[in-house]
Design a protein around this ligand. Structure first.
Ligand code: NAI
Length: 382
């Protein structure tokens, strides 16, 4: 089956690499001068590195490259069984290209979007056969991150869902199915990892290094929130937060912070600009390794994360297994949040949230009704 990828930027190139590595004939299309050449040069570099590391042979590298048609002509997507769009995050521009794509492929072709924040229903509405449109959301870097969220819109047929899922499964990815709601699973459930960490800093409880240390060393997270925001980029992370916040009709739970907004405005974007929460030209300041303080920080952020995961389950955004898989395979959490809740005790999580809610009187700390219900019925998640 031929696979086409629209947009040869960070995500599109990665997706094309995965499809070609899995034996598909691939058309990677981009409309901008230089973008296609750039994607080809980058992919050759990546594949050369894989050869050096003996992950693939020279022959495999040549085969992968020979399967990809780097194209500036959208007509070249003709004959595809699956088209994945990964262009700029603009509804208007995406709708326009979906209309164009539909004219070039046959009726059976699945047309997918890699959008992080737009509704799949709104993108699908630009197609005549909207039942063939679906969200297929990869994580950056696509060839390395195992998770892919599959998002059927209200219009999507079960045939499209089943076929899309089995194609992505056959590429060795871990797929989870998410409802077409803001942030899908990962970008919704992960919000407090950043937001509550910033809030703890704003209150003067601890500095960036100490909060990062607590989450890494005591919590077992691969990176602390501030080093991770610096890695992702404060512009990108702030935009995701703001988009999720407004898409949720300004639910206070997702409120962005001034601290991060100022970082973005100042151009302190993180590693890519040499400075974010940390100045990478200097030594990173040491943490206050007070275990009691560290546990307090971890517990506050972890309770908020578990609350988000529980609420996503409460609202049927995904199954409990998929919510846990999404966080371990999409953002490398050391444990699934619902399994973690069972381990630390749901009652303890609820107590912490009620304590915060009572102290601050802010809606951001309201516990999910599911947690209360589970305590009442003496239940665990697993
Ligand atoms: P990017 O800016 O690296 O690449 C976008 C590419 O699309 C560029 O090469 C541009 O020339 C091309 N393009 C723009 N308009 C076009 C059009 N009308 N026709 C053809 N090509 C066009 O963007 P990136 O980061 O790869 O993101 C692409 C999509 O993937 C967005 O929807 C984004 O929300 C989503 N996404 C991004 C992730 C990330 O971490 N960067 C993670 C998951 C999803």
């Amino acid at each position: 089956m031929k696979v086409s990828v629209i947009g040869s930027g960070t995500m599109g190139s990665g997706i094309a690499q995965i499809a070609a590595t899995n034996g598909h004939e691939v058309c990677l299309f981009d409309s901008f001068d230089g973008a296609i050449k750039n994607a080809e040069d980058k992919l050759i570099k990546i594949l050369n590195r894989l050869v050096e590391k003996e992950k693939i042979s020279d022959q495999e590298k040549d085969d992968i490259l020979s399967r990809i048609n780097f194209s500036k002509k959208i007509e070249d997507i003709n004959g595809s069984g699956l088209v994945i769009e990964a262009i700029v995050e603009s509804l208007e521009i995406k709708q326009k290209i979906f209309t164009d794509i539909e004219k070039l492929v046959d009726n059976k072709c699945i047309i997918a979007s890699n959008t992080s924040s737009l509704s799949i229903a709104s993108i699908a509405s630009s197609c005549e056969k909207s039942e063939r449109v679906i969200g297929i959301h990869f994580f950056n870097p696509a060839p390395l991150m195992p998770l892919v969220e599959i998002i059927p819109a209200v219009q999507t047929s079960s045939e499209t869902l089943n076929n899309a899922k089995s194609i992505i499964d056959s590429w060795g990815k871990v797929t989870v199915i998410a409802k077409d709601t803001p942030g899908f699973i990962v970008n919704r459930v992960a919000r407090p990892f950043y937001g509550e960490a910033i809030r703890i800093y704003e209150e003067g409880v601890a500095d960036f290094s100490t909060i990062d240390w607590a989450m890494r060393e005591i919590g077992g997270f691969r990176m602390g929130p501030f080093e991770l925001m610096d890695y992702i980029g404060n512009d990108i992370n702030y935009t995701v937060t703001e988009t999720v916040f407004s898409a949720f009709y300004f639910d206070q739970r997702y409120k962005p912070s001034f601290t991060q907004k100022r970082m973005m405005e100042a151009g302190y974007l993180g590693r890519k600009s040499g400075r974010g929460y940390y100045n990478y030209a200097d030594k990173i300041p040491g943490a206050n390794k007070d275990k009691k303080l560290g546990r307090k920080i971890l517990w506050r952020i972890l309770s908020m994360l578990i609350n988000e995961a529980a609420d996503a389950l409460f609202l049927n955004i995904a199954t409990k297994e998929d919510i846990d898989l999404a966080m371990t395979k999409g953002v490398n959490y050391p444990k699934g949040l619902l399994a973690w809740a069972d381990e630390v005790g749901i009652k303890n999580v609820l107590n912490q949230l009620e304590e915060l809610y009572c102290e601050y009187g802010e809606d951001r700390y309201r516990p999910s009704p599911l947690l209360r219900r589970m305590i009442k019925n003496n239940k665990t998640f697993y």
